[in-house]
Design a protein around this ligand. Sequence first.
Ligand SMILES: [Zn+2]
Length: 281
Amino acid sequence: MHEGPMAQPVFIDTHAHLDAAAFDADRHAMHLRARAAGVSTCVIPAVTAANFDTVRVLAHAQHDAYALGIHPLYALDASEDDVLQLDVALHTYRHDPRLVAVGEIGLDGFVPELNTPAALAQQQRLYKVQLRLAQQHQLPVILHVRRSADRLLKGLRDTPVVGGIAHAFNGSLQQAQAFIALGFKLGFGGALTYARALQLRRLATELPLSALVLETDAPDIPPHWLYATAEQRAAGQPQGRNEPAELPRVAQVLAELRGIPLDVLAAATSANARQALPRLQ
Ligand SMILES: [Zn+2]
């Protein structure tokens, strides 16, 4: 009797900034490591109009997916022309199956320079106009949520979109449920690998499996096994670089927290990602 090898679980990294300079030296090797680890697809979100072409070309070269949008951290630099470029790109590439969302958009309530009254107003304007574009182009959105969940939810109620992903989610259970009610999935990644992240771990365990998608946010949010402490950094060690190949190990932590097999988590979160971003193959 012949038994084949166990099928390797397949994962989707729903948020990876693979165009980042941190990958310039070994981008292709990083891509191959991801595939070898079972990460079948990465979603590469743009952050400014200046990298719209880069993320699109990279997604095609690597058989990944991409999103187009202006990140709130770039809100102060964004002009009317950038918004126009977004509209044009969403129109030009509307039949591109690798264009899966408007993103990364949202609101940042953490960075001090972005939380002056004028900067907040600019963030809100940019968020609102991008929600309208997502609405017009019938695309889901990938949201940056940092101390901004309630304001993001209000924006979604004012300007409803077809759904999407609240990326690197770290809000309350109530806020999570509000996103879910609006057709969103919640992105979890390296942050939940820290034993001290009690609230986040509880959230990732208590939410229905149908609400979760996986992400690395590479090159950021290193899991604990890559994290360099302040002491190590003071001694000259650089902060660990995250990459999509880490996703299965992050998923293993989540599977253990939830008490389910890894392959069940992989299958469910991949299906959830396709539900949130229907153009994902
Ligand atoms: Zn991001």
